[in-house]
Design a protein around this ligand. Sequence first.
Ligand code: ZN
Length: 384
Amino acid sequence: MNNAIPPTGAALAPDEMTESAGRVLLEILLHGPLPRVELARRLGLSGPSLTRLTKPLISSGRLIEGLARNQAIGRPSRPLDIDVHSERFLGVKLTGAALYAVVTDLRGTVLAEGERPLTGTDPAQVAADVADEARHFERQFPPLTGIGIALGGRSPDGRTVGEANFLGWHDVPLAALVEETTKRPVVLANDVNALTQAQHWFGAGRGLTSLAVITVGAGVGLGLVTHNQLVGGLHGGAGSIGHQFLMSAEATCWRGHRGCANALLSTRAIEAAAQRRTGEPMPLDDVLRGAERGDPVLRAVIDSAGEALGLLAASVANVVDPERIVVAGEGARLGVVGEHAMLRAFHEAQAWETTETPIDVQPFAFNEWARGAAASAIHLWALS
Ligand SMILES: [Zn+2]
């Protein structure tokens, strides 16, 4: 989103009005309620410009006027706010086999959640499954304002899935397919970017202007916020660090790289390492529990993966220098159980000895992927 709002005077073209109104809505959504003076200051607007932008938002009900809080200074100041319960959003995370959904209010609070297996991976079938889920939740929360769909792929325009290898999709117009049935606005997002948006707005990155979110799970990903903006990249591919080389190792990823992040950190990589060392197939949770109990073999497996995570975090810190690094994703507990090895590698590989970038390992529930998708739908609402 463009940051420029003409400060005073000249009338805005309709497009500029929509964009500027979107910035007003987002500012209040993320930091409200805000007195008008404070809002104008934050956005660099004159009083009259702000009034011109907020008037239609108030009359349409998108903004509400709060109670006067300070009448002692003369004219009562009525802060502007948003009725968080006035809108409901459906967020959907797609995997290759199932969809996970949440309904949220305007500030990303989860009101309901659900999951269902996909009836197939054909785009029309997946669109029908999403529409079924929307119908299901619409009975409880009518009407849904918008739908966000997050998936491990690229969608540079938020309308078409450019590439999603886990579904075998190229150039699939998924948003249009779902809109046809649901009659609700739909936006698509890369799942890591959507999760990062939600963390920045409503989670561990709230109030920060820069943030890096490393996700660990089926794959390894990175979401970036700099100057308060999510970094998307020209093709929607910013943050694709899953195949970043980290260290010399025998382990290979599904694309044959030796020692890339996916080969060392992904759930299947850790499970494979445990199986090589013990001779037994073992789910990630058991490997983590064993390491916590002090099993020396499983401790070595987790420490080795923790070291790789620390190296990856150091690379991110060296390139971006964010205010905070958040570790999320369904495999994030690696950053707790393997914390010591992770932090040691992180500090050794950081370029600046005096820089202390905090690493925040978040407890992770799988529905946070879907909550990220809802944040994308909330973004679309603010900008439309
Ligand atoms: Zn790889």
